[in-house]
Ligand binder design. Structure first.
Ligand SMILES: Cc1cc2nc3c(=O)[nH]c(=O)nc-3n(C[C@H](O)[C@H](O)[C@H](O)COP(=O)(O)O)c2cc1C
Length: 214
């Protein structure tokens, strides 16, 4: 089973679409989990997971942990908030601490595709991709592909964007009368480059799994 996880708090938005597009280009069983509405606290360093590699904190993480361990591969979408993984994704990644004790490394060897969504376009220097890759390698996972997918700046929909001198609408377009479809950042289905990256990642992941390199 290939597990897709979207770390966006907003359901059915760009991060979800990107993760699902990768899954759609894989064969066989897939499972999609949205972290939207989930309650996942950060690791509290209680060390309750030392004995059996199971997190003892009672929130929505243990169920996700089970799916992660069962999965043959993981496709993870992480929104960029302040050039960092958003808190929801970060909490989930922290809690994966439970998998590694006593050299268990329950995520070890699993291939992972890492997607970061945001308006930043500098893929090579993306701090979010670097941080999530660091997490993956720390858990002895195999990073198969990592890339950015373009997503909205909130300034385009917050209602105050036209006049806000610190916002991205004015920064990118100057003062405009209204936010027209020409200046609105594209939805996922209007981003051929992003769709291509997701399709390609699905194909690479599937080839990797077909070769049995687990
Ligand atoms: C609190 C906050 C901070 C953000 N900071 C950044 C940022 O520093 N760089 C960036 O590229 N996008 C930033 N964004 C935009 C989000 O990355 C973007 O809205 C998100 O990836 C969209 O994914 P979604 O459509 O799945 O919710 C920020 C959004 C929020 C809410």
């Amino acid at each position: 089973m290939i597990l897709g996880i979207s770390g966006s708090p907003r359901p059915n938005r760009i991060t979800d679409h990107a993760v699902k597009e990768v899954l759609a280009n894989c064969h066989g069983d897939t499972n999609f989990i949205s972290l939207s509405g989930k309650h996942i606290s950060g690791c509290i360093s209680c060390l309750g997971c030392i004995e059996d590699n199971k997190c003892v904190v009672k929130d929505d993480f243990p169920e996700i942990a089970e799916a992660m361990v069962k999965a043959d591969a993981i496709v993870l979408g992480v929104p960029n908030y302040y050039d960092l993984p958003n808190a929801l994704s970060h909490s989930m990644l922290e809690r994966c601490f439970c998998f590694r004790h006593k050299s268990a490394f329950l995520l070890g060897g699993k291939p992972i595709v890492i997607i970061s969504t945001g308006y930043s376009k500098d893929e090579e220097n993306s701090q979010v991709l670097k941080i999530v890759e660091y997490f993956a390698k720390n858990n002895k996972m195999n990073v198969i592909s990592k890339f950015l997918v373009e997503a909205f700046s909130q300034c385009y929909t917050c209602g105050a964007g036209l006049n806000c001198i610190d916002g991205n609408v004015v920064k990118n377009n100057g003062f405009v009368e209204q936010i027209t479809s020409e200046i609105l950042p594209p939805e996922f289905d209007k981003q051929p480059e992003s769709i291509k990256k997701c399709k390609n990642a699905g194909k690479i992941l599937q080839d990797y799994l077909n070769k049995g390199q687990l």
